[in-house]
Design a protein around this ligand. Structure first.
Ligand code: CCH
Length: 287
């Protein structure tokens, strides 16, 4: 009889776990970067790819991976994210069937898990778009601003106050770089481990304006080695935000649970999935 031609490759959950494993493996090997891990910058890549979403027009979001192109790659907020995109190129070469937009978000989920954070259930379904789909500059938050700005920016994506605070807890990871944002320093003492320390420090430490030539930022009274952005301090100045900061500072489990839910939501903004939420993949973390 006739032989059936091979159809398009349809990846299974096992195939996506292989992508996860390859990212985890590369994370474990490439330790000669920043504080020893690309994990934080991968978390930020997934966030900046997704956080351009506008619920009113349905534009932006992770579906498209338009940060591959200028002008979006040159937006000030995206400075430094080339390190994350380049880190993922060998993975894309190894698994050419995955879209960049699925790969970047999967890498964000993998980085959270590999750095000791909660499980981030994830599902595929994003398609890459071309340069015409680049979002205008100004959709991501400006760290020099206050709580009104946070509510405007994250409200446009469709988040409520509690979710805005939970998402901000990602600043447990990584650091600011003078050659990227102009700010400098890590938020806590373990920038490659996902914890609720960001909230603990916001509550327990005294934060003074740093005296330096750079942009206005805060430094901890005890060691003068940590930093908070003006938008981070806005979370303890605002009464409603503060309630959630206090709660997450006291209860790491609550933070992990609520962070997972909201990071999943972030990574899925504006994606026209054919699959259902219950089809999300729960990746097995490396040992
Ligand atoms: Fe952030 N973030 N972020 N952030 N961010 C920076 C770094 C990281 C703001 C500003 C900055 C979120 C929300 C906000 C990460 C994850 C998230 C930097 C330093 C600035 C500035 C960049 C540099 O110099 O390299 C502002 C403003 C807001 C909200 O108002 C949210 C939400 C997330 C994720 C859920 C991570 C991770 C980093 C560290 C990146 C690295 O390279 O180490």
């Amino acid at each position: 009889g006739e032989s059936t031609p091979a159809g398009p490759f349809v990846p299974t959950k096992e195939d996506y776990q292989k992508v996860y494993d390859a990212i985890a493996h590369r994370l474990a090997n490439e330790t000669d970067y920043d504080d020893g891990s690309y994990g934080p910058v991968l978390v930020r890549l997934a966030w900046h790819a997704s956080g351009t979403y506008d619920k009113v027009t349905g534009t932006g979001g992770s579906n498209g991976a338009t940060m591959r192109f200028a002008p979006e790659s040159d937006h000030g907020a995206n400075a430094g994210l080339k390190h994350a995109r380049d880190f993922l190129e060998p993975i894309k070469a190894q698994f050419p069937w995955i879209t960049y937009s699925d790969l970047w978000t999967l890498a964000g989920a993998a980085a959270i898990q590999e750095l000791g954070g909660p499980v981030i259930p994830w599902r595929p379904g994003r398609q890459d778009k071309d340069v015409a789909a680049c979002t205008p500059d100004g959709r991501l938050p400006d760290a020099s601003k206050n709580q009104d700005h946070i509510r405007t920016i994250f409200g446009r994506m469709g988040f409520d106050d509690r979710e805005m605070v939970a998402l901000s807890g990602a600043h447990a990871l990584g650091r600011a770089h003078t050659d990227r944002s102009g700010y400098e320093g890590p938020w806590d003492f373990s920038p490659t481990v996902f914890t609720n320390d960001y909230f603990k420090l916001l509550v327990d430490e005294k934060w003074n304006q740093r005296k330096w030539n750079g942009p206005a930022q805060f430094t901890d009274k005890t060691t003068s080695t940590l930093m908070m952005l003006p938008t981070d301090i806005a979370l303890i100045k605002d009464k409603v935000f503060r309630k959630h900061v206090d709660r997450y500072a006291k209860d790491q489990d609550a933070f992990f649970k609520e962070f997972s839910d909201v990071y999943v939501k972030l990574l899925e903004l504006g994606v026209p999935f054919e699959s259902k939420p219950e089809d999300r993949i729960v990746f097995k973390a490396s040992e």
